[in-house]
Design a protein around this ligand. Sequence first.
Ligand code: HDE
Length: 750
Amino acid sequence: GKPAKAVKNMVKNAAEKVSDLVAPDVPGSPGSEPPSLEEPTAPREPLPPKKEQGAPPVVTPTGAETGAPVTAQGQQGAYLTTAQGVRLRDTDHSLKAGERGPTLLQDHHLREKIMHFDHERIPERVVHARGAAAHGVFEAYGTAGQVTRAGFLKKGKKTDVFVRFSTVLGSRGSADTVRDTRGFATKFYTEEGNFDLVGNNIPVFFIQDGIKFPDVIHAGKPHPDREIPQAQSAHDTFWDFVSLHTEAQHHTIWNMSDRGIPRSYRTMEGFGVHTFRLVNEAGETVLAKFHWKPQLGVHSLVWEEAQLLAGLDPDFHRRDLYDAIEAGAFPEWELGIQVFPDTPEETFEGIDLLDPTKIVPEELAPVQPVGKMTLDRTPTNFFAEVEQVAFHVGHLPPGIDVTNDPLLQARLFSYLDTQITRLGGPNFAQIPINCPHVPVNDMLRDGFHQHAVHAGVAPYRPNSLDGGNPFEAGDAENAFVDAPVEVARSRKVRANPVSYDDHYSQARLFWRSMSPVEKEHIVRAYTFELGKCYEQTIKERQLRCLANIDPVLCRQVATGLGLPAPEPDRPLVEPEPSPALSQVGKEWPAAGRMIGIVADDGADLGALAELRTAVFAAGMVPLLIAPHGGMLGELPVQRTFATARSVEFDALVLAAAPAPAPDALPARDAKAGAGGAAAVDPRVSLLVEECWRHAKAIAGFGAGTAVLERTGVAGTPGVVSAGSATDAFAEVQRLLAAHRVWERFPASVA
Ligand code: HDE
């Protein structure tokens, strides 16, 4: 369960949701008084600046702070000023020659305001444009000391982090729940400088060499003529690329699996993808892969939920992240590493560690936990923090180094280069969210948007004018270590090692590791996506690829497309399945889940109150759904029949059988009379129907059990008719541990 404080916060949060219904939102000030209906007339005391609202420290070449005034106090004063600090009398009327006259060119306030507005937008990220982020802390277990000297991994060390989750293909305004890879980028503000772990929720990548990155992205982005489809892979150019560049088949089967549609950012694994090289105090090296393991387990949406959500709540993942944090259900991940000996071959059990389209199954190399990350704070300003954060795979602390993975090598160039366009110059490291939390003492000078007022005259070394500063550090002063890896004497070539030619064995490993339900979802995803392609050739070519992954998979998709199933064009390997790849069949904590509770004025309010308390006590969030807003007795209503939709809930509890309200659309089965589905408000029937289809736990008690009968779901798996509210919730809780009622899905692929 959750600590008592977290649950108290949740109660507070739920109460605030009620105030949402009666009064406008208070921006960014949870816990403050609700705003008055009238316009305030006296200025409020400025809020104290938050940690992230200070200006970057101004550091001289000797490492000392200049003591210059902190300028960026986050616009906290009571009076409106111009950008030059001049107080203003009026910001709602432009200066005109008389009330009906033309606007005067001399209106400096108007011109400054519009000029700034005209330039408010910056280019969105060319990939991973849509994202959300949170602050948190990473605490090390101290278990990595043997393999790396990185200080932030020393026992008990706490390090501030900022994590940005994202989709890859869509624009900034696209929907969260599309089928896509998710970015999982973490900035550790370590005492030895910033470390960025710029990973994804899928452990392999589409391509083996970074030189193909522009090509795979061109193929995935909307078609250049009509700019359709947005944020989707279900189109011809995507499947054209992945069926021709068959190294992409492994990544693609992950995309077509439930991993492509996470339930929440909180329920995703993260992977560094590449193999890194760790260096310890003695200068010894190992190869390693990074993994993030969510404490809540890996959970996904059902495809129909994902599609509905894209329209009903395009911000679903962003909202979920912020709501959970503000409710005190802080998302947690364990960071783990798989460690391999640093041999000249750079392979492990025959798997090429420099090939980013390959995993090393956890059964062969266990993921060893090295620390825990907790996200506990939402951003203060989305643009300043989430949009302006700049990650770079080359931001490495002493003790972590790169390998020759050709995908990683290209990234080492790209992430610096892209910021020059996106953030307008080379000084993006001075933007507060990117500032290291340790003194910076570089010899970089000038450039657009220079914030540091550098003192001294000698930004070069050695020098004799600034007392010789800055000095170079050695091992004793914890300088970065470039692992002195031998470079083979070789020829310059544009070529891959032979091992990179194996494009299918691990896609097959993934397929063979799935449970029947997961296989069924994969079949449906391929059938959907290829069904959206226009070109017959592309479908046929992709079917040939599927034949090399698995004949059953190929046949089922071919049947769905109405095409013949081709034979494999090479012998199929029989890899040992990796149970760690499946997300079904385990039990997880259900903290932070949403429980929808349908009630009306006739419901047993005492039982309802008891139910709400039990849900809070279990660390979950009850959302009361009623025919109208306001209150049911003493209980606040969070959703009405008009605003509730099943996709928001993880489980549904029915405490009433509300008859159709006057604002409901006519029921389909109006003649069914008092006993049939039409006797229930059709919006409630729809909630039940969708929750059932999406394999969610459903329970009824009291009058609510009648809804289960009338909608025909009573007696089916995961549907509970309980004698009391507490019994109903106990069953729901039990069912939620497995995340979904998996038996409800048909699983025709064994
Ligand atoms: Fe990225 N990628 N990438 N990528 N990537 C960017 O950097 C790039 C790759 C990843 O939340 C860009 O600042 C190249 C793999 C994440 O701000 C850009 C190649 C993985 C994010 C870029 C790759 C990633 C990015 C766009 C092939 C998983 C979002 C804006 C060589 C391990 C970070 C920016 C955030 C962002 C280039 C491949 C993950 C253009 C050239 C593999 C999570 O620099």
